[in-house]
Design a binder for this molecule. Structure first.
Ligand code: DPN
Ligand code: ZN
Length: 442
């Protein structure tokens, strides 16, 4: 459970964003949002004949719900179709593609019920972790990808199809989440890879919670598809139809002699009755912790600036404009210009931006500026975009009709230099000697 320390004015924004000051710190994923996703999956099942089974309308609606959230958050999503269903794959842009950490959960239910613990729980948990990643935008040392599988209940069909069609290429680690909120919950950590198992146990250790190695789901969920392809796999589960022992009740509470999930694969696997919110919260935070440990680098990510256009040609006295764009993650950027020659000044509108925003840049020259090409730096110390300013004019520029002249611009006409007194667009019979109101010898 997240503790609300925020002022009420900030509460609305804080519920949709993970309250993390430092993006490199593993987030506390808001369990209320995971519950909201589960509630939606329950509604979808109820409106589609009581299930979300692969290939049926409740599954398609589930894919559409998850995809809509991910697309809005900036993920690159694709739906991979196969005979009997489809997978939803979501890539978070960034990180080295050949070093991918992938997290997956099967989104399909059995046809007997809505599949809320099996496996709305893993699906909703991963969705909220993905949205938290998008809101936090940490520096990534690994590429991060999420998969929501179809037709797991028919024998891991979707994940096998994904792996067989080359999806595991570049995937260094696959983490699987299937039944993470069983009502009579146990805390089971996959023991397929000892290093991954230790990472999960580190997190549960901070809660003072002992885990057991997961073996009930061995070969029975989508991690098997990746394990068979030689990928390191890990994950957590809260138990299916195995019976909780009294020794386990001593560690975790709950009811001895009863299944971890008495509604496994039946119509009563529904929301909210069949969800243990404490287990859902702990397992979601454990997953986020491991993802951050595997894929997130230290520190606050950097931002960058660029300008478009990156050059302009002006007469002395004229000005040019360009747009400075920035990308980054909400840092405050105070804009300034460097390397300004005398007679050139720069103003930014606005002068302070938030990384991701743009500023209009006006580069003004005086009539006395020396014609030349200058490279000006626009940005801030450490984040500079070069802008090439060519000041033409002086002896070299000959007066021409149909040209916009700014006050202070200089031209030559028949070998004589003139300075523009008043901004205008020249016309064929307005040669400088003919219109002293517009041009003065200089
Ligand atoms: N969730 C079970 C299924 O999809 O049928 C498989 C399973 C059982 C997975 C126990 C993990 C633990
Ligand atoms: Zn399952």
């Amino acid at each position: 459970m997240r503790i609300k320390l925020v002022a009420s004015a900030l509460a609305l924004a804080a519920t949709s964003l993970a309250p993390v000051a430092d993006p490199s710190t593993p987030p506390d994923v808001p369990v209320a949002n995971v519950q909201a996703h589960l509630s939606q999956l329950q509604t979808i099942a109820s409106q589609n004949g009581g299930n979300r089974a692969s290939g049926r309308s409740g599954f398609t609606a589930s894919i559409n719900y998850v995809k809509g959230k991910l697309d809005a958050a900036g993920f690159t999503t694709r739906v991979q179709s196969f005979s009997g269903g489809s997978n939803l794959i979501a890539d978070w842009p960034g990180g080295p593609a050949n070093q991918t950490v992938m997290l997956g959960a099967h989104l399909d239910s059995v046809s007997a019920g809505p599949g809320i613990n099996d496996n709305g729980s893993g699906s909703a948990s991963l969705l909220e972790i993905a949205l938290t990643l998008a809101a936090t935008r940490p520096t990534l040392t690994k590429h991060v990808r999420f998969g929501w599988w179809g037709a797991e209940e028919q024998g891991m069909v979707g994940s096998r199809y994904y792996v067989q069609s080359g999806g595991a290429s570049g995937v260094e680690v696959y983490l699987n989440f299937d039944m993470v909120a069983s009502p009579n919950a146990g805390y089971f950590v996959y023991d397929d890879d000892p290093a991954l198992q230790r990472l999960f146990n580190d997190y549960y250790g901070t809660l003072g919670l002992q885990t057991e190695p997961e073996d009930e789901g061995d070969g029975r969920s989508d991690h098997a598809s990746f394990k068979n392809a030689g990928v390191r796999v890990g994950g957590v589960a809260a138990g299916a139809d195995y019976i909780k022992t009294s020794a386990e009740v001593a560690k975790w509470g709950g009811t001895a002699g009863q299944p971890f999930d008495r509604c496994y694969h039946s119509s009563c696997d529904s929301y909210p009755a069949n969800i243990n919110v404490t287990a859902l919260d702990r397992n979601t935070d454990a997953t986020a912790y491991v993802l951050w440990k595997l894929a997130v680098g230290a520190g606050t990510p950097d931002y960058s600036v660029s300008v478009n256009p990156a050059s302009a040609t002006v007469q002395p006295g004229q000005s040019a404009t360009t747009t400075l764009s920035s990308s980054g993650q909400g840092q405050t950027i105070s804009l300034s210009a460097t390397n300004l020659p005398s007679g050139v000044s720069v103003t930014f509108n606005p002068q302070t931006i938030t990384a991701g925003q743009s500023s209009t840049v006006t580069i003004a020259t005086t009539s006395g500026v020396t014609p030349n090409t200058y490279t000006i730096g626009l940005g801030d110390p450490g984040h500079s975009a070069p802008f090439a300013l060519t000041v033409s004019g002086g002896q070299g520029t000959t007066w021409q009709p149909w040209t916009a002249y700014a006050t202070g611009a200089t031209v030559t006409y028949n070998g004589v230099q003139y300075r523009c007194l008043q901004a205008h667009t020249s016309q064929p019979d307005w040669e400088p000697p003919n219109v002293p109101a517009l041009w003065q010898r200089s």
